[in-house]
Design a protein around this ligand. Structure first.
Ligand code: ATP
Length: 252
């Protein structure tokens, strides 16, 4: 049984069918990538999976559970974390504080305990710090640990955002265009991070990506969309060579 499945997923905006009966399955331990030309429906699928949108049609399954109507704040607690195309971090907070915010998905509210700062609260706080520090080490972010995000180069911010998502200890990590805004060298580094996240942390990755060098370097399976529909699904090479995919990209 796959870790994640989209079944006959559909989403309409007024008269526009942004996603039309899209089905796919992501196996545990895979990097699964969605590609497609502009307007193909990739971001809409991402927003459906992270539950920002309610689908007009179809179902989402994660670890044998139907998550089609699970609210977005509950998704992280179930083990799904995401990054955003345009990076969503607290710019005037440090890297460490941004990562600690990622831990909030794990925090259970115990208001009275928190107000009294009881030993249990202190222990939890320590555990959050240790988890954040581990992610800082894993992603080589030590030099930036106490820097304000606003002062960091774009490429480092992208890694910090990924780190914040990792702090929630996800089973499934959703990456929305991890290479966008990155240089060729930074994109190559990103490929290594994604590979490490999969092999060393055992996290399954579902991503949307435009850069075919990154797609080919890290993806086990690739799904190509056009006009909201599946055009092809297979290895990066199979999909890139598929005549309907070539046609979709060339606008034929
Ligand atoms: P890009 O690569 O340009 O980000 P995409 O593949 O992510 O494109 P989507 O952003 O999912 O594509 O858009 C799919 C279709 O749905 C497009 O025709 C788009 O104009 C439309 N669309 C997306 N979001 C909305 C919205 N909130 N309201 C109306 N139409 C939308």
């Amino acid at each position: 049984m796959s870790l994640f499945a989209a079944e006959e997923l559909g989403m309409s905006f007024g008269g526009i069918r942004a996603v039309d009966s899209v089905s796919f399955e992501v196996e545990a331990g895979q990097v699964f990538t969605i590609i497609g030309p502009n307007g193909a429906g990739k971001t809409t699928i991402f927003n459906l999976v992270s539950r920002i949108y309610d689908p007009s049609q179809g179902r989402l399954r994660f670890r044998d559970e139907d998550i089609t109507r699970v609210p977005p704040h509950e998704i992280a607690r179930r083990g799904i974390a995401r990054t955003f195309q345009n990076i969503e971090l607290f710019e005037h907070a440090t890297v460490l504080h941004n990562l600690l915010l990622g831990r909030h998905a794990h925090a259970r509210p115990h208001l009275v305990q928190e107000l009294l700062f009881l030993p249990g609260v202190r222990a939890r706080e320590r555990a959050h710090r240790e988890a954040a520090e581990k992610v800082i080490d894993f992603l080589d972010l030590q030099p930036y640990r106490d820097s304000l995000v606003v002062n960091l180069p774009y490429g480092v911010r992208k890694v910090v955002e990924m780190g914040r998502a990792l702090c929630t200890e996800p089973t499934l990590l959703l990456l929305d265009e991890p290479s966008s805004g990155l240089s060729v060298e930074e994109t190559a580094d990103m490929a290594f991070w994604i590979e490490d996240i999969r092999t060393l942390l055992g996290i399954t990755v579902l991503m949307v990506e435009h850069d075919m060098s990154l797609v080919s370097a890290v993806s086990d399976r690739v799904l190509a969309l056009n006009y909201g529909r599946v055009v092809a699904c297979g290895t990066a090479r199979e999909v890139q060579e598929h005549p309907d995919v070539i046609k979709a990209y060339l606008g034929g």
